[in-house]
Write a protein that binds this ligand. Structure first.
Ligand SMILES: C[S@@+](CC[C@H](N)C(=O)[O-])C[C@H]1O[C@@H](n2cnc3c(N)ncnc32)[C@H](O)[C@@H]1O
Length: 387
């Protein structure tokens, strides 16, 4: 049940099986099962999307976001010396909306591009093949072509783009980029609450009627010490997330990139201490069918549970090279130029009213949503450059 326990592995049991077996489970274990367990929200195919989805993310607003990401990828490709094989690992690829948009933008790096979609949910992985032609992982992540001689000469790399789908990050290092849009808000976190003179850890248990309730136990020494470091002056009753699994993911992502960049985009705050001052219901949010859901212990498996990402916990793993808001980052990478181009195309083709004209016009609406300072535009973008 415990995320570190090799016997069961994460999310091996349902919530009630876990509570039945262990009496109570830690909050991060609860989240992991509620989202990714046998009856979990993502295991049952929940996810992002405008029609039939549960919430809208930047890639689901339309193809403009991916077109800007494609420009950023080209810049990374140039920076690492335009290699013949450029691996882009997209973690939390969902049903493949961002991959589709990046490919549709026809980036300059396309002939070198090996696009690896990493998605934990098998139900969402199954949907990726509906719109994308997938290669086999060994074709993209196998031995390099230099080892493979054809008629005495090294075989040229297969022309990209090649796209593959995996359930977890690849293990071998890559020259390229790791990108993750709205992954870390969906990664399980521990939950602590400040009592008068110590930290309690919130666990999940069942009451006599079988409903789920919170159970408080004194936090172990290591996590209490981390909480003290993150929040030196905690308000009584203040709650904080401990995002160890998100930090562990970032460590793996940074280690994966031999040369290139890691890009994380999410809703986030600078410091865990800010969250301690705010009601937990503000920073742990639930969604189902485009509506806010109930408390995180309600409707298990039928609602998404997300958390604001505390950047101080992430940047403790590795110092970032760039931090920005989504709206400023999109502007830096040319969203205004793409919108102007869309306007020109619309002016020329409005009479024809064809798909190209309609797509061009829709860039204006998409840009407004992506840069909205009270919504997606306020998301945080963090880059780590390697070396
Ligand atoms: C909020 S959705 C975002 C999907 C997509 N990136 C988007 O912006 O539309 C979060 C996704 O992360 C996936 N996920 C969670 N943990 C993961 C992990 N460790 N590796 C890959 N995908 C993961 C979930 O299954 C879910 O599809």
């Amino acid at each position: 049940m415990h995320a570190d326990a090799p016997d069961d592995g994460p999310a091996a049991l349902t919530v009630s099986e876990g509570i039945h077996r262990f009496g109570s489970i830690r909050f991060d274990e609860f989240i992991d099962v509620a989202l990714y367990g046998p009856d979990g929200f993502y295991s049952s195919g929940g996810g992002a999307g405008r029609a039939g989805g549960d919430f809208v993310t930047s890639p689901e607003v339309g193809p403009l976001f991916g077109a800007v990401v494609a420009r950023w990828l080209d810049a990374v490709w140039e920076r690492v010396g335009r290699p013949d094989e450029f691996v882009v690992v997209e973690a939390a690829a969902g049903r493949g909306a961002l991959a589709l948009a990046v490919l549709a933008a026809e980036p300059r790096c396309a002939p070198a591009l090996r696009y690896v979609m990493v998605e934990r949910s098998a139900a969402l992985r199954a949907r990726q093949a509906e719109h994308l032609a997938l290669a086999q992982p060994f074709e993209v992540l196998g031995p390099t072509v230099d080892d493979d001689e054809v008629g005495g000469a090294a075989a040229p790399p297969v022309a990209g783009p090649l796209v593959v789908s995996l359930p977890d990050l690849p293990v071998q290092s890559v020259v390229g980029a790791v990108i993750a849009n709205e992954l870390l808000d969906n990664v399980a976190f521990r939950l602590l609450e400040r009592a008068a003179d110590h930290w309690d850890e919130v666990r999940v248990a069942a009451d006599v009627d079988g409903g789920l309730v919170e159970l408080f136990v004194p936090a172990d020494t290591a996590v209490a010490a981390l909480a003290d470091e993150l929040v030196p002056e905690p308000p009584p009753g203040g709650r904080i997330p401990i995002q160890t699994a998100a930090s562990d993911w970032l460590r793996r992502a940074v280690d994966l990139v031999e040369r290139g960049s890691v890009l994380v985009i999410d809703y986030a705050v600078d410091a865990t201490a800010e969250l301690a001052e705010r009601p937990v219901g503000e920073w742990v949010r639930t969604y189902a069918s485009h509506e806010s859901g109930g408390g995180p212990l309600d409707a298990v498996g039928r609602q998404d549970v997300t958390v604001e990402v505390a950047l101080d916990q992430l940047t403790a793993v590795a110092a970032p090279s760039v931090t920005d808001t989504q709206s400023d980052w999109l502007r830096r990478w040319g969203i205004d130029e793409l919108v102007d181009e869309g306007r020109r195309i619309w002016d020329e083709r409005a009479g024809a009213g064809d798909l190209a004209a309609i797509r061009a016009r829709s860039r204006i609406v998409e840009a407004d949503a992506l840069c909205d300072p009270t919504g997606l535009g306020a998301f945080r973008v963090v880059e780590w450059h390697r070396p």
